[in-house]
Design a protein around this ligand. Sequence first.
Ligand code: PFF
Length: 454
Amino acid sequence: MTTNNRANFGTKLGAILAAAGSAVGLGNIWRFPYMAGEHGGAAFILIYLGCVLLFGAPIMMAEFVIGRHSQSNTARAYQKLAPGTQWRWVGRMGVLAGFLILSYYSVVSGWTLEYICAAGLGHFADKGPADFVNLYNNFVGNPWIPVLWAVAFLLITHFIVVKGVEKGIERSSKLMMPLLFLLLLVLAVCALLLPGAGRGIEFLMKPDFSKVNGSVLLSAMGQAFFSLSLGMGCMCTYASYFKPNTNLPKTALSVSLIDTSVAILAGLIIFPAAFAVGIQPDQGPGLLFVTLPNVFQQAFGHVPFIASLLAVMFYILLALAALTSTISLHEVVTAYLHEEFRLSRGKAARMVTGGCIVLGTLCSLSLGVGRDYTLAGMTLFDLFDFVTAKLMLPLGGLFIALFAGWYLDKKLLRDELTNHGALRLPVYGLILFLLKFVAPIGIAFVFINELKLL
Ligand code: PFF
């Protein structure tokens, strides 16, 4: 195995921020609000929080244990810990999920580049809510421009992954994460001060459980896995770069907390803003891109320079948050191809980027000229999102929980979680209980409920 050219995160904070960089991305700021908007708001958010606590945090700890102990890419990790068994398919399914997610994720990441330019060139000035809806629809419906941006985004990701992720990920995360958080705070305050924002708060805070059905449960669970980068070996791959003294339970809790705070902050921006300008919260993938320009315009439009500056800054930070996530997705697949098929890192990365350009182009076109080609009523873009976030990631999470809770030697699990006894971990029993029973039964219940498996 070639672990010698694997990266290593230098500091504990660096490890937390790099994992948080993977977790925090479009999933929090783009996907979370539109999912919550489509599924009724507060009830969805409460179920989401439950999924993060009961499934997300323990499964992240399990991925950390598997990754750091095996020091390998996610597929090899299972081969090392469970040689000669079928567990290796959990790792392989994760690699495939990563490849598919990267394909459509790059499309939305590309949109952020277009919006940086549009904001910087002053295209938002003097526009109203309806204009922003048109702007978005015309843009995603265009056959070329979104594809070019997606390709550009993939090439940037490619370049960084090939150059090595050591310094890049860690350093940029340390600077960007706090900056992104700060700007989100400022925008949340602005959105909350918009006239008519109150209905957005109500939507966020007042749960209506009568609307909860299997689809809401599955969406909230899928969102938790997607947002925390779980179920596909991403956190496992990153943990293989952790140092022996990294505190795994604490890191998992910190990452979960940071990730959830960013999602809630995004909700505090998008919903008040949407209600304030009369945009329905169930707009689907366009929600962020039609509501946010309105916040900039309404809150700062009287000083166009400030409005443009803040908008450009926001989309740059969003693009960078997306970039730390695309890097982690790319890295999972590249590390796998590089280590398992003895390809050079460069060649492995080129195959990943090339494949994603093809699939990403098809996903992008499926929102415009190809929108009539559907499968089970879904465009290719929606299909990739559904299959990965709602099926593959929770299924991967289910198997990871079973693997850590039942298969893995308990001494190994405890040793990794406590750094061989150096850390006190009074909640070890609870973590094991969550991994053994709560997560597998909970995930299976949601699947059965929505997919009518029984
Ligand atoms: N967690 C990322 C986000 O919320 O944007 C997306 C993601 C990254 C999912 C890495 C899965 C993954 F392995």
